[in-house]
Design a protein around this ligand. Structure first.
Ligand code: UDP
Length: 503
């Protein structure tokens, strides 16, 4: 985003992300964009390990101030350096969620010092929807909390409504409607993660999500990592449900990923402060050797994997499909995600065969995703539909094959299929989802084959790409919707501050 529109001065904003890569990445991008546009000082406060991740990313992070909040995972049943959802089994992720509440006292300590030093409260706190306690913190420091949803509008609305109302518990049918959603949007039990399916309001997950989300609903306003023009339906639902201002500040992607000329330089370098399982250059060289839009990119995000038998069927289906692919591989469910990948998890000599034929590239654990999606050879993305992945894919006009696993991914997938028409869902879940090699083959060709259905999806994805890019364009007085949303948000919190002062 472009030039400085506000003098900045000594105004400051404090941001509180949840401790997961899928949240840290858009938080940092938002922090950078606010700073660029306003010159405000932006603080991001989180645990030491997460500050370390953030600091090791893009160079412009130098403009952002990082605050380390003391955190003791061991007090919450976590191992000493478990400060991020990355590589944590589900039971430990539940602990991490609960442990995130322990950041409130150190956050208050930091704010006390900041207010004393600067002689005024921050203009606002921008907190993750999961850190609802920030609403009370903001109030006690005479400022307001703005909740930031790192998800899309539709997915966020579905997630919030499901956790707060548990509508599936009020029916014996597999399909059900949901508060806030029109009758035509029926959800299916299989779209819910097993722990949400089983939730009854007294389980460990409900005991975290219900109070924290409810508090976030009491925020001054919400920011959403989506683009006004690509999710009109989801935004209508979210705005009606929240009854608060919702400003769409997406796409929170590096500028280089949104330029029209396809770039040869690497754009996803260290976006998450993680080492790649292959050098970006080698990966791009491999893509260079492939035909335009011929490669399927496969990744399940930063913290998910699939079941062992599913992995085998996916590999056999890929081989049968005769399509080229780049696949980010991790050990299957039930194994240590940080452990070595064993060849027995794939068909015999699969990797060697794919390498020799230049048919497939297996990348261990972490790939330069945005570079891959931006490459002209990439034709589709088989994704778990984490929202960052969705925005990255759409910003490059790449249609998707969905395999949602957790969080709000199945609702993102539903929206991509039913509202956007840019996706086919392959299966759901890391264990329960039935999948055969034959289905893998047919779904991949439905999306990747140029004509008919696949061609339509590609055309729609291309239209969405243009809308995403227009949102951050600024020509004279004309500004795209993301820039307008950012300016409206800033103007609103500034006006609110003036009203507070003159009260
Ligand atoms: N990512 C990446 N390389 C990988 C896997 C993931 O760069 O091999 C990045 C991806 O580009 C995205 C983020 O990690 O920005 C994953 O976020 P998402 O919301 O898609 O999924 P989550 O990890 O939160 O489930």
């Amino acid at each position: 985003m472009g030039s400085q529109h506000h003098s900045g001065g000594d105004e400051y904003i404090v941001m509180l992300p949840f401790m997961a890569h899928g949240h840290l990445i858009p938080f940092l991008a938002l922090a950078n964009q606010i700073h660029l546009r306003t010159n405000f000082t932006v603080f991001i406060a989180t645990t030491t390990l997460n500050v370390h991740y953030l600091k090791s990313t893009v160079s412009s992070a130098a403009d952002i101030r990082f605050i380390e909040l003391p955190f003791s995972g061991a007090d919450h049943g976590l191992s000493p350096n478990a400060e991020n959802t990355e590589n944590l089994p589900l039971s430990k992720i539940a602990h991490l969620f609960h442990a995130s509440r322990s950041l409130e006292p150190p956050c208050r300590d930091f704010l006390r010092g900041a207010v004393q030093e600067r002689g005024r409260p921050p203009l606002c706190i921008i907190s993750d929807v999961f850190l609802g306690w920030a609403v009370d913190v903001a109030r006690s420091f005479d400022t307001v909390n703005v909740a930031f949803s790192t998800g899309g509008a539709y997915g966020t609305a579905a997630y919030v409504s499901l956790w707060l109302h548990l509508p599936h518990r009020k029916t014996d049918f597999d399909e059900f409607t949901m508060p806030g959603f029109p009758e035509r949007c029926r959800f299916h039990r299989t779209q819910l993660h097993p722990f949400l399916r089983a939730a009854d309001g007294t389980d460990t997950w409900s005991m975290f999500f219900q109070p924290q989300i409810s508090l976030s609903l009491k925020s001054y306003a919400w920011l959403c990592n989506t683009v006004e023009e690509i999710e009109p339906f989801g935004l209508e639902i979210l705005r009606n449900y929240l009854n608060l201002p919702v400003w769409c500040v997406g796409p929170l992607l590096p500028q280089a990923a949104l330029n029209d000329s396809s770039s040869s330089h690497t754009i996803s370098r260290r976006r998450a402060g993680k080492e790649f399982g292959i050098s970006a250059e080698n990966c791009l060289d491999w893509l260079e050797s492939q035909k335009s839009k011929s490669v399927l990119y496969i990744s399940f995000g930063s913290q998910n994997t699939i079941g062992a038998s599913q992995m085998m069927e996916l590999a056999i289906g890929l081989e049968k499909s005769e399509k080229a692919f780049v696949w980010v591989i991790r050990p299957p469910m039930g194994f240590d995600l940080r452990g070595e990948f064993r060849s027995e998890w794939l068909p015999e000599k699969f990797e060697e065969r794919m390498r020799e034929k230049k048919r497939g590239l297996l990348v261990r654990n972490w790939a330069p995703q945005l570079d891959i999606l931006a490459h002209r050879s990439t034709g589709a993305f088989l994704s778990h539909c984490g929202w960052n992945s969705v925005m990255e894919s759409l910003s490059q006009g790449v249609p998707m094959v969905a395999w949602p696993i957790a969080a709000e991914q199945a609702y993102n997938s539903k929206m991509l299929v039913e509202e956007m028409g840019v996706c086919v869902e392959l299966t759901r879940g890391a264990q329960s989802g039935d999948i055969t090699a034959e289905r893998v083959r047919t779904v991949i060709s439905r999306v990747m084959d140029g004509g008919g259905e696949g061609g339509e999806m590609r055309r729609r994805a291309e239209e969405i790409k243009l809308k995403i890019r227009a949102a951050i364009r600024e020509e004279g007085e004309q500004k795209g919707s993301a820039l307008k949303a950012m300016d409206d948000f800033v103007a609103s919190v500034l006006t609110n501050r003036e009203q507070q002062v003159t009260k």
